[in-house]
Design a protein around this ligand. Structure first.
Ligand code: FAD
Length: 459
């Protein structure tokens, strides 16, 4: 161990390799707040070549490496053990270029999502990936997890917003595919191997991102609904009327909604009555005058029934206060002991799944407090159980119960947060043996010494 630490210090300089008490607590774990450990060292490279040098040395010494981005992950993917060397991308920040003709932005992997969004906006574009952790998560982490977020319904996941990628492989070689072309049918599309690989196949160091035109107007509506079927009907109507201008459709069951209101700054419920279900909708358009199309669609739905009430934001501040209810999840680690689930269920079955899940919780743990919400337009449901409401119950028992139901509904154990360390035991619920064998072959081909993020994603 001394030998590899000395080799890293010699090659990168002592200030780029932290050990012992010099390792700050933030490198020990991610937002899942499970199993935090002090690693052997934290390495802070300044550029791609330094990442390559660090990996070449670690590979030669068979030293395990954990890539770290903004550490907002919820699956334990960036959490080290005491034997690992962490490679943090936090010094590799900055936007290298905005190409107006190609509508692309070239960025370094450690740049935060919010910095990218703001730079795109200042240049008259929009970078459409968006999620609550925007201020801290890094684009390298977003790509490594193939992050989803609130605009997938409009623009797809992180994978759909990347044209080029630079990755350092386990042996220290640099794979640079930083093209700006949209069409490039020249064999295997290697980008997509690394996107969503959770740091197990290589370290992402740079990327070419796709930009969209900046919308002229953004309108938010909060809708009160009579039940899940009405929500699906509203979703389909909005998709048909607004097309790609429908940029978010977030569903909140009353248990989540009430907590979201309580955690928001105003603590004011937007409606005077409680309803069975709430949808937060966002409409973005390139023309200023499209506000009416959302208002008209909602008015028609109010007449038709199913939609019981609606508020359309009249200002950016009002829109923000509606979003605060949905983004209350940022408070969960502080105000709850969350046992989190990020699952996919076919859209038509989500209502029944929620009922089945709630019935399971009620029968096994009558005092349990559970919250249901999600990006329903993308078939993505989040479930949170507050561990404080079921003292003495092991989180494993709750996980087993939920994932058994996910399997019965033919869903996925991870919609967007990834498998990391926490969901590894359940990967086989969603992936076949043949798929797992193929994943292992790819891992072995690219990282034969298994130094990259061992114990994450695959066994
Ligand atoms: C309040 C909140 C809201 C969230 N909302 C969403 C949401 O809506 N949708 C969603 O998908 N996620 C969401 N997340 C989860 C999280 O923000 C995402 O998974 C995010 O993409 C992680 O980025 P990060 O930089 O923090 O990565 P980290 O947590 O540091 O790492 C995540 C994984 O990526 C790997 N990794 C990191 N950087 C690199 C790199 N440069 N090269 C290779 N591997 C790397 C790590 O090893 C690890 O396996 C949310 C989290 C919080 C706290």
């Amino acid at each position: 161990m001394e030998a590899i630490l000395n080799a890293l210090k010699d090659a990168l300089g002592a200030d780029a390799v932290r050990t012992g008490n010099a390792i700050e607590s933030r490198y020990l774990g991610d937002w899942s707040a499970k199993s935090a450990h002090a690693p052997l060292a934290v390495v802070l490279p300044r550029d791609t070549q330094e990442v390559a040098t660090a990996l070449r040395l670690c590979n030669a010494a068979r030293q395990s490496v954990v890539p770290q981005g903004g550490l907002t992950g919820l699956a334990g993917g960036a959490v080290p053990t005491s034997r690992d060397v962490c490679i943090s991308l936090e010094r590799m920040t900055g936007i290298e270029e905005i190409d107006r003709s190609a509508a692309t932005m070239t960025v370094r992997a450690g740049t935060t999502l919010q910095t990218i969004q703001e730079a795109a906006d200042a240049a008259g574009f929009e970078f459409q990936l968006d999620l609550g952790a925007r201020g801290t998560c890094q684009i390298g982490g977003n790509l490594a997890t193939n992050a989803g977020g609130i605009r997938v319904i409009q623009s797809g996941t992180a994978r759909d917003q990347v044209l080029g990628l630079e990755v350092v492989l386990a042996d220290g070689s640099v794979l640079s595919a930083m093209g700006k072309m949209i069409k490039n049918n020249t064999g295997y599309d290697l980008r997509h191997l690394f996107i969503g690989s959770e740091g197990t196949l290589g370290i992402i160091t740079r990327a070419v991102l796709r930009l969209a035109p900046r919308p002229a107007a953004r309108h938010t509506a909060l809708c009160a609904l009579s039940g899940y079927e009405s929500a699906v009907a509203l979703l389909q109507t909005l998709k048909a009327r607004l097309g790609r201008e429908l940029s978010a459709f977030e569903l909140m069951w009353p248990d989540f909604f009430e907590m979201g209101v309580a955690f928001s700054r105003s603590q004011q419920a937007p409606f005077s009555t409680a309803y069975p279900l709430y949808a937060l909708i966002e409409h973005t358009s390139c023309a200023d005058d499209r506000h009416d199309s959302l208002a008209q669609t909602l008015a028609n739905q109010l007449e038709a029934g199913g939609l019981l009430d609606a508020i359309i934001s009249q200002s950016a501040a009002q829109s923000q206060s509606l979003w605060e209810i949905r983004e209350a999840t940022a408070e969960f680690p502080v105000k709850l002991t969350p046992i989190n689930f990020d699952i996919s269920i076919p859209i038509g079955d989500i209502g029944r799944f929620v009922d089945a899940c709630r019935a399971e919780f009620q029968s096994r743990w009558p005092a349990s407090r559970s919250l249901f919400f999600g990006h329903i337009g993308d078939s993505n449901l989040h479930v949170t159980v507050d561990g404080r409401s079921i003292p003495g119950v092991a989180p494993d028992a709750v996980e087993q119960g939920v994932y058994d139901l996910v399997r019965a509904f033919q869903g996925s154990v991870s919609a967007e947060h990834g498998i990391g360390m926490h969901k590894r035991a359940f990967l086989g619920y969603t992936r076949s043996e043949a798929e797992l064998a193929c994943m292992r072959s790819i891992k072995h081909a690219l990282d034969p010494n298994a130094i990259l993020n061992p114990g994450k994603l695959l066994s």
